[in-house]
Design a protein around this ligand. Structure first.
Ligand code: GBH
Length: 484
């Protein structure tokens, strides 16, 4: 335990809750909204999402006032949400029609937040590519076309919302978009050569092409903001990257220490080196992937240098151990040829189990992760997602689920890690968003896995605050006042 002072948070620290459009909005047929790849994925192959889809989700589209009442009740200073591209441009492309209905929905959201004194943080892309673009040219598989269409979409959002929105996140988790969408195929559009449920895809090449499209799309949006919007609107723009922290499986084995570093390079350096440092991909990726990893041209590097972001959005949930492999990597490997484990050589767990197999609570790793990322990329960090489902929560009744002491402890320990990273490791961390405001569609896990601080009854759509919601408010308010 550090001293009392080490647990305080700096003045102006932003905090609140996060969500994403497809996970909460519902109303997929309202206002001329076009389909996204997630609508298709859920409806064409329902077994991939446990039969779930976002048609209704939390019906946030019709209930946002009630949800924002919750935000006010929870004391949130800020709220992170995403825009559905196909609600705004139903077919997605730069020559396609704009939906004024879609624009006005988001205007209502933004105005309602501001009226409550809550700062909107807007993600342009949280995985829901317009199906129209996927059909037209393969979506993110077309590096040239996708970046032009993304720039147009971003510009439209800056034009129409940027007078009031001052915090922009271009993309949520490009790693997940590339790998889950185009390597393992467990997310839309479900392309994979290693997943028996996928009929199409080329895992050896597609994720790396998609990654390049995402990097350049991000950069074009940032450059457009810098040139044409920042001078008059004066906001901030960044990107949210995911990536677990990796410890070596055998800390005394140099090869495992290298494996842990390599794993993080494949997860984070892949995007962060080009985006934050305007550098080529990490050397270990070039070495392993060779020509399958697309090059950046001189003009693309110039764009990367020009597109300087204001902050690093970090989505952090868990950590793992990395163990080196002695076999050479397969062409389908995307992790840097390591095994990923939740226990180390001595059988020590990376953390306490949660309500989902991939997430164990590892706040000490979070602190190391914050320090590592800050000292490497040198931009203020905003935690744009952090949270968990409680053990067994998927099987609980509402009355059981709201007594979420596991979540209360998880959030407190992770907030402590933030404080320590700031005060003891000299990392600049300027805000924190808990995932999530309310239970919602957990993508391919359907509605069973509950990350919310609010319980959602999917039959009645009734919301019930869990204990964590107010515990979190008390925690943050005391930390903001330097009390422990
Ligand atoms: C975030 O992604 C998303 O941004 C958010 O939309 C989502 O609701 C939230 O996390 C909670 O999951 O193949 O079964 O081992 C986090 C990315 C998702 C990466 C789960 C690791 C492991 C799934 N993580 N994934 S599994």
């Amino acid at each position: 335990m550090g001293s009392a002072a080490s647990f305080s948070l700096p003045p102006g620290f932003e905090w609140g809750f996060a969500t994403a459009a497809y996970q909460i909005e519902g109303a997929t047929e309202v206002g001329g909204r076009g389909k996204s790849i997630w609508d298709s994925f859920c409806h064409l192959q329902p077994t991939r999402t446990k039969g779930a889809n976002g048609d209704i989700a939390c019906d946030h589209y019709h209930r946002y006032e009630e949800d924002f009442d919750l935000l006010s009740q929870y004391g949130a200073k800020a709220y992170r949400f995403s825009l559905s591209w196909s609600r705004i441009i139903p077919q997605g492309g730069r020559h396609d029609a704009v939906s004024e209905d879609g624009i006005s929905f988001y205007n209502r959201l933004i105005d309602s937040l501001l009226a409550r004194g809550i700062t909107p943080w807007v993600t342009l892309y949280h995985w829901d590519l317009p199906q129209g673009l996927h059909d037209r040219y393969g979506g993110w598989l077309d590096v040239e076309e996708s970046q032009k269409d993304f720039e147009r979409y971003a510009r439209l959002c800056f034009e129409r919302f940027g007078d009031r929105v001052k915090n922009w996140i271009t993309l949520n988790e490009p790693w997940i978009v590339s790998i889950f969408g185009y390597a393992t195929g467990v997310n839309a559009p479900g392309r994979s050569s290693i997943n028996e449920m996928s009929a199409e895809g080329d895992t050896a090449t597609e994720p790396w092409i998609v990654g390049k499209s995402l990097i350049l799309s991000h950069a074009r949006a940032v450059a457009a903001y810098d040139k044409d919007f920042r001078p008059s609107q004066g906001g901030k723009i960044g990107i949210s990257l995911n990536g677990d922290y990796y410890e070596p499986w055998d800390g005394s084995d140099e090869r495992d220490r290298a494996a842990a570093e390599r794993r993080m390079e494949f997860h984070i350096g892949w995007f962060a080196d080009p985006i934050f440092l305007a550098k080529d991909y990490p050397a270990c990726m070039r070495e392993q992937l060779g020509e399958r990893l697309p090059m950046f041209s001189a003009s693309e590097f110039a764009l990367l240098r020009e597109a300087q972001v204001d902050f690093y959005g970090m989505n952090y949930y868990t950590a793992q151990y990395a163990r080196h492999r002695t076999q050479p990597p397969s062409v389908h490997d995307f992790v840097g040829n390591v095994d990923e484990l939740q226990e180390n050589k001595e059988g020590v767990s990376i953390g306490e189990e949660s309500g989902v197999h991939w997430l164990r609570s590892s706040p000490d790793s979070f602190r190391k992760h914050l320090a590592r990322i800050y000292h490497r990329y040198r931009k203020p960090i905003y935690i744009t997602e952090n949270g968990c489902p409680c053990p067994g929560e998927d099987k609980m009744t509402r009355d059981e689920s709201v007594k979420d002491t596991y979540r209360i402890r998880y959030l407190e320990e992770h907030i402590n890690a933030v404080s320590q990273a700031i005060t003891e490791d000299a990392a600049v961390v300027s805000g924190y968003f808990a995932w999530s405001l309310l239970d919602n569609l957990e993508w391919s896990d359907g509605y069973g896995v509950r990350f919310g601080v609010t319980y959602t009854d999917y039959d009645t759509l009734e919301r019930t605050p869990k204990m964590s919601a107010l515990a979190f408010k008390r925690l943050l308010e005391s930390r903001m006042h330097g009390k422990v």
